[in-house]
Write a protein of this length. Structure first.
Length: 199
């Protein structure tokens, strides 16, 4: 039995304003006042975990224990079968300090070379932690295939090279709302809501 969120304040353990806004929208049906890590001036811990789940928990636990407020953190990335799961938890880091995803996608393409195995997956771990250190963590996985060169201008990160299973379009060619309904983040989020927010 998962621990339920009892209402009140929740801090999103991310300094990304977009993430806090997205989570506020997703939780608007529940009794939640969403704050961001920036609102509370929380430090950003180093992501030293070796899995998406470990990194999501590390971020949420640090925010909850420092602030005394229930905290939600996510960690996500793209894992390529032909690259033994890379870039995986290093997905953001492959784009370098300038967050250049054209560069990161080119690196994926170069490292895959002519390998016929084009399978990849997007992962998202979401962790909800309480100030006493208890965490409830959920993962969403979306399978797909990679194409090069990348196609489409929508989305972000590795979206233009990723075709979700059952589709022929890349996420760079799929409208934001449609992606939001099927994404790895949506899958993890539905599990979290069902376990910890729904009455
Ligand atoms: P995080 O913010 O540390 O979790 O880093 C996640 C990184 O994974 C992002 O910077 C993107 O490179 C990649 N990523 C995660 N989700 C997506 C997605 O939905 N589309 C494209 N790239 C993604």
């Amino acid at each position: 039995m998962s621990r339920k969120f009892e209402g009140g304040k929740l801090v999103v353990a991310s300094h990304n304003a977009g993430k806090a806004r997205e989570i506020r929208e997703l939780l608007s049906a529940y009794n939640v006042e969403v704050l961001s890590a920036t609102d509370l001036n929380l430090p950003e811990p180093e992501e030293t975990g070796l899995t998406f789940i470990a990194n999501a928990e590390l971020k949420a636990r640090a925010a909850a224990t420092t602030s005394g407020i229930v905290a939600l953190a996510d960690d996500s990335g793209m894992s390529v079968n032909a690259l033994n799961g890379a870039p995986g938890i290093y997905s953001a880091r492959w784009a370098g300090p300038n967050k250049d995803f054209a560069f990161a996608m080119q690196r994926v393409a170069d490292e895959m070379g002519n390998n016929p195995d084009r399978r990849a997956q997007f992962n998202c771990a979401l962790s909800l932690c309480w100030p006493d250190g208890h965490c409830e963590t959920f993962e969403g996985v979306l399978q797909g295939q990679l194409v090069t060169p990348p196609r489409g201008l929508k989305g972000f990160g590795y979206d233009p090279m990723f075709i979700p299973e059952g589709d022929i379009r890349t996420f760079g060619e799929i409208a934001h709302d449609e992606k939001q309904r099927m994404s790895h983040r949506a899958i993890a989020f539905h599990k979290l809501v069902a376990a910890c927010f729904a009455p």
